[in-house]
Design a protein around this ligand. Structure first.
Ligand code: B12
Ligand code: SF4
Length: 450
């Protein structure tokens, strides 16, 4: 049995990433028994994450899995290291595999500071399957105690520790034909217990129409790589139809990095939903003027009710320094097109990008006030490993001040941490004072609840 541990979403749970369902789909297709455990299971008697982790580790240990796979996002680094220790105590011979964005960019550090045996780099479908096949054939358990794991030496896309050395195997290319993947294993997610999604008002599921992003925003680790791989619209809508039919879920969160990046493809997905008369509502992410009036109308007709908009800053110089690839005029055009079609827009802004000044924060507030977004969300920029800013802050004129568990903040040439916080506080108050519907100052820090 293979246990996969899903990233936390605090109850009432209404959303889940697609990484583990995709991995589980591939493993199940190959005949493996898989279970997805929710990291955070509410309990009437305690809210203490340590106690909840112990219970989770107990529940997993009862199943005696040969492999435990854990997704790690950077803010959860310390908590997942703690969980791995609990798992190791209970499952001394299981292979503990870490995957997702954090292990992909900091594998050596993770292996040296935790009980994880292997880090899977990037997309995990093929790599985890290969690992599972080796383990099923008798390899793997107690990896560290054995002489170099010959079987692991030939697995592409992994990093592991052997005899005190960190071994980086050659990379594995991302999945090129997304249509060849089985649908995500939605049936392992316990969807019947999900709450309606707050943005959609109905139960919902994630969906991807493509993977990859050609942009190079300096604050993003671009987790799916720059090469864009698209699914055929009919496959996307087959998946939606199946979810609607089998799980009575009508809502979808498109996790595409930028819906509309390929206009023709986005149109084709919408047309396929309309053609099949799927009664769904959905939201997606976009930026700039990727969505024009015609596409916006088609999206609306296909059930789109809300779009998250990565506007980031109201200052064009800051946008250039962030290599955002869009300016404020383009963002404004995109927001207008969506709203004219009757789609609600939530515009997201960050304070603390390279080149940030008191003046640029003021411009951000002004733009947020006049752009007409139905929701305005403001947060402080938190630098993450794997991003250009993290790797070479000097090139962007910023200082990244790092804590022991990857918690970090930014200071620019002109704004110290204290001054940055002061500016953000001012911006937050200013937006609230002017009646902007929703300003979520420090949202990022709050979300990362561990
Ligand atoms: C949906 C989503 C969410 C959802 C669900 C999160 C979840 N449980 O996955 C919600 C809204 C809850 C959320 C919250 C947050 N998120 Co989020 N989210 C996403 C989003 C848009 C899509 C994720 C997804 O489903 N991708 C599609 C699947 C197929 O890809 P995948 O998840 O990468 O999985 C593949 C590989 O990574 C790998 N893999 C993943 N897990 C594992 C495990 C094993 C064992 C193996 C072998 C392989 C493996 O294989 C998978 C299949 O190929 C991504 C952006 C993106 N494009 O990925 C951001 C993203 C993951 N989020 C991010 C962040 C920062 C956050 C927050 C910290 C936001 C905040 N500041 O509060 C919180 C973190 C919560 C937490 N404590 O972990 C960052 C992560 C950066 C980092 N360095 O960790 C991303 C990459 C956005 C970005 N570009 O910066 N998020
Ligand atoms: S922030 Fe969005 S547009 Fe920019 S590189 Fe990351 S995924 Fe692409």
């Amino acid at each position: 049995m293979i246990a996969l541990i899903a990233g936390p979403t605090k109850p009432p749970r209404s959303v889940q990433g697609l990484g583990l369902p995709y991995l589980a789909g591939v493993l199940e297709e190959a005949g493996f028994k898989v279970k997805i455990f929710d990291l955070y299971t509410p309990s009437p008697d305690t809210d203490d994450p340590v106690v909840l982790d112990q219970r989770l580790a107990d529940a997993i240990a009862q199943e005696q899995p040969a492999i435990v796979g854990v997704t790690i996002h950077t803010p959860a680094y310390a908590a997942r290291v703690r969980l791995a220790k609990l798992l190791r105590e209970r499952l001394p011979r299981a292979l503990l595999v870490a995957g997702g964005h954090h292990p992909s960019v900091e594998p050596a550090h993770l292996l040296q500071n935790s009980e994880f045996d292997v880090c899977v780099i990037g997309e995990g479908e093929d790599t985890l399957l290969e690992i599972a096949q080796h383990v099923a054939n008798g390899a793997g358990a107690g990896l560290r105690a054995r002489p170099p794991g010959d079987w692991l030496r030939n697995v592409r896309g992994v990093v592991y520790e052997q005899g005190g050395e960190i071994v980086h195997n050659p990379p594995r290319l991302p999945v090129s034909d997304l249509d060849s993947l089985p649908f995500p294993a939605h049936h392992l997610l316990g969807l019947k217990n999900y709450a309606p999604h707050p943005n959609l008002g109905v139960k919902s599921q994630g969906i991807l129409t493509y993977r990859g992003c050609p942009m190079r925003c300096v604050f993003c680790l671009n987790p799916q790589g720059r090469r864009v791989r698209r699914r055929s619209p009919s496959k996307v809508v087959d998946e939606m139809a199946r979810v609607v039919k089998e799980f009575e879920v009508r809502g979808f969160n498109f996790y595409d990095n930028l819906f509309g990046l390929n206009r023709k493809h986005a149109l084709a997905v919408c047309e396929e939903i309309i053609r099949r008369r799927l009664d769904v509502v959905w939201e997606c992410w976009t930026a700039g003027d990727l969505v024009d009036a015609a596409l916006a109308r088609k999206m609306k007709a296909a059930g789109c009710v809300r779009v998250g908009f990565g506007a980031e800053s109201g200052d064009d110089e800051v946008l250039v320094k962030a290599r955002r690839g869009f300016n404020t005029a383009q963002h404004q055009a995109g927001i207008h097109a969506l709203q004219a079609a009757g789609i609600k827009v939530a515009a997201f802004f960050m304070i603390g990008l390279p080149g940030e000044l008191k003046e640029s924060v003021r411009r951000t507030v002004e733009f947020a006030q006049r752009c007409g977004g139905d929701e305005i969300c403001l947060s402080l920029h938190r630098p993450y490993p794997g991003t250009a800013i993290w790797r070479s802050p000097d090139a962007f004129g910023v200082r990244v001040v790092k804590g022991p568990n990857f918690e970090a903040y930014i200071e620019t040439e002109h704004l110290s941490r204290a001054a940055m916080l002061e500016c953000a506080q001012w911006a937050d108050e200013e937006l609230k004072r002017s009646g902007v519907t929703k300003s979520e100052f420090l949202r990022c820090d709050r979300y990362a609840w561990e």
